[in-house]
Design a protein around this ligand. Structure first.
Ligand code: SF4
Length: 396
């Protein structure tokens, strides 16, 4: 049986403030009833394994009940945690969680409190993890330790291994610090380390008899995971760029295999002349790796179709029904979250784009991120083909 795994970031709230954190932040959280529906939809879609994570997943109220529901549906449950709440609390809620998990991943970077503090964690992180590992001794759950490797802790892995060797550890997994998204990106200089250095360091660790597997998970492998955000958006990351595959609350069934394999550039066209639209549709549909997912003729229609059809790219006419295509891009930037924003290209039908408009394009790009791509003057077709080809090759 093929296993289909989903890593569910049930909340973006966290009780820790790691400086290497590359998690998503401030994403809307669904209520309990909606999340029950999401579990039904995941089960319909053939999901066999859920990894509960965040933020700190245990901060989501009634997580214990969701884990139990997933278990009843035949799914395996793994929880990734910083360990703080589970270590500090012994109550029905924590007991329920620990009793229904198949796997538990605990994050710790060092046994040195000074290093943990420098990484942005609470000062007694080592003691908290130690307390949790003691509690787990009589539980039937497989324990993995996650260690993010940075310049700060690469020299302290032997000591960490000696400590972990006092417990029964199924996996000790090393993850490269990844300078993606806000906090981690800002701290790139302070923490980043080369993959070869980590591989060499991990390879030279002594053999720990109580740690079954020691392995280094490369950034590329990390990106292969299918992630579901707290609003049920399903996202995969390619070369540091997030791509949305659908929404597990809105869709009763998701074809994960198809969504991940078909890597076509999905295009939406906003144009108010039927003949030209037809021509562009034909040109794009002739490209093997691209498809037109929709056409629209005004701002509202475009915004609705961006939300519904999730195009990767939009070609919008500069002046469509009296509305400037740049304004449509601006509006999209205001209304949509970052990973839902497609790449915008503005089609200039009558050579109306002036130097000022090009400056405006640069300003709009700054406002909405790097998602505004090109101004395209007539004749369109060859230029559109080249833009899509360039996008496929570089995936900006
Ligand atoms: S790395 Fe994990 S524990 Fe640390 S702040 Fe981010 S979500 Fe919280």
């Amino acid at each position: 049986m093929k296993r289909q795994k989903v890593c569910w970031k049930i909340t973006t709230r966290c009780n820790q403030n790691c400086k290497y954190c590359f998690g998503f932040t401030n994403i809307e959280e669904l209520n309990y009833n909606d999340n029950e529906k999401v579990i039904d939809h995941l089960a319909n879609s053939g999901v066999t394994d859920i990894t509960w994570t965040g933020g700190e997943a245990v901060l989501y109220p009634r997580l214990n009940e969701l884990i139990k529901k997933a278990k009843e549906k035949g799914m395996r449950n793994k929880l990734v945690t910083n360990g703080i709440y589970l270590s500090q609390n012994d109550n029905e809620y924590t007991k329920d969680i620990l009793d229904n998990l198949d796997y538990l991943n605990i994050s710790i970077a060092s046994t040195s409190n000074a290093t943990n503090k420098a990484l942005g964690q609470e000062e007694n992180h080592y003691e908290l993890v130690k307390n949790l590992l003691e509690k787990l001794k009589d539980k039937n759950v497989k324990v993995t330790i996650n260690t993010v490797v940075t310049k700060k802790n690469i020299g302290e892995l032997d000591e960490l291994g000696e400590f972990l060797n006092n417990y029964k550890i199924d996996n000790w997994k090393f993850l490269k610090f990844m300078p993606v998204r806000e906090r981690a990106f800002i701290n790139k200089e302070e923490f980043e380390i080369a993959e070869e250095d980590i591989e060499k360091r991990v390879g030279s660790l002594r053999n720990f008899e109580n740690i079954r597997n020691v392995r280094y998970k490369k950034q590329k492998e990390f990106e292969k995971s299918i992630v579901m955000l707290s609003n049920a958006d399903i996202v995969i990351t390619e070369n540091g760029v997030d791509r949305c595959l659908g929404n597990a609350l809105e869709q009763e069934k998701i074809d994960f295999e198809k969504s991940c394999l078909i890597d076509k550039v999905k295009v939406l066209i906003t144009y108010d002349d039927e003949k030209t639209t037809e021509d562009i549709v034909k040109t794009i549909n002739n490209i093997d790796y691209a498809e037109v997912v929709g056409v629209s003729v005004n701002t509202e229609d475009t915004l609705n179709k961006i939300v519904k059809l999730k195009p990767t790219m939009v070609f919008a006419k500069y002046d469509v029904n009296g509305i400037n295509g740049l304004d449509i891009a601006k509006k999209a930037g205001e209304t949509l979250s970052k990973w839902k924003m497609p790449v915008f290209n503005i089609l200039d039908s009558e050579n109306r784009i002036t130097e000022d408009s090009i400056d405006e394009l640069a300003n709009v790009s700054k406002t909405i991120g790097t998602k505004l791509n090109s101004l395209v003057r007539k004749p369109y077709n060859d230029k559109i083909v080249n833009i899509i080809k360039d996008y496929m090759e570089n995936r900006y």
